[in-house]
Design a binder for this molecule. Structure first.
Ligand SMILES: [Zn+2]
Length: 185
């Protein structure tokens, strides 16, 4: 499992391993936690008692320290994996659901015609539909989009980046995802 790391104000920062989380606990860097402990890590021997230290890791931890505001203002980075997850693995043209291997990042305005590599210009399409559209605009190809692109919020981005998200973590993140997001589908 991965631990969701927040800054002290509760904004998501990263997915970290339980080992990384344990190191933050050990250095007294955890300000507060959410959810029931989900893993127990064994630390080093305590000099005073000779007992092995024991760290209970929570699924969500807020770390002490300053709030990095720059990351919060930036749009999340685009990747194929996150784009396909945003679009629920459904081709925007034929509406069928596909395995990741059969999907492509389709530029609504083709790259060859100045279309950007951005959340608003990219949409998930199957290889067949992408090939059929070629370097045309959807209206030129008489192919309409069945859903629209959007820029994910940072909370949504954490969901798109997550590998195995625990129920506590999903509940926390979804609470801050706009109702308009497809993740609520
Ligand atoms: Zn298709």
């Amino acid at each position: 499992m991965d631990v969701l790391q927040l800054d002290i104000s509760g904004r998501p920062q990263a997915w970290i391993t339980t080992r990384e989380a344990a190191a933050i606990y050990a250095s007294d860097g955890v300000a507060w936690t959410l959810g029931d402990p989900c893993q127990v890590m064994r630390g080093g021997l305590q000099r005073r008692t000779g007992m092995q230290s024991r760290i209970e890791v929570h699924p969500i931890i807020a770390v002490r320290g300053s709030v990095p505001s720059r990351a919060w203002r930036q749009a999340p980075a685009l990747s194929n994996a996150k784009l396909f997850a945003r679009d629920r693995y459904i081709c925007a043209y034929c509406g069928h659901s596909f395995h990741v291997d059969a999907l492509t990042c389709e530029h609504i305005q083709p790259s060859s015609r100045g279309g950007s590599d951005s959340w608003m210009n990219c949409i998930t399409a199957c290889r067949g539909c992408n090939g059929r559209k070629g370097s045309r605009l959807p209206e030129e190809a008489h192919m309409s989009l069945l859903y629209l692109p959007y820029v994910p919020s940072l909370h949504e981005d954490m969901i798109l980046r997550g590998r195995r998200i625990l129920a506590d973590q999903m509940e926390f993140l979804l609470a801050s995802v706009p109702r308009s997001s497809r993740l609520h589908g």
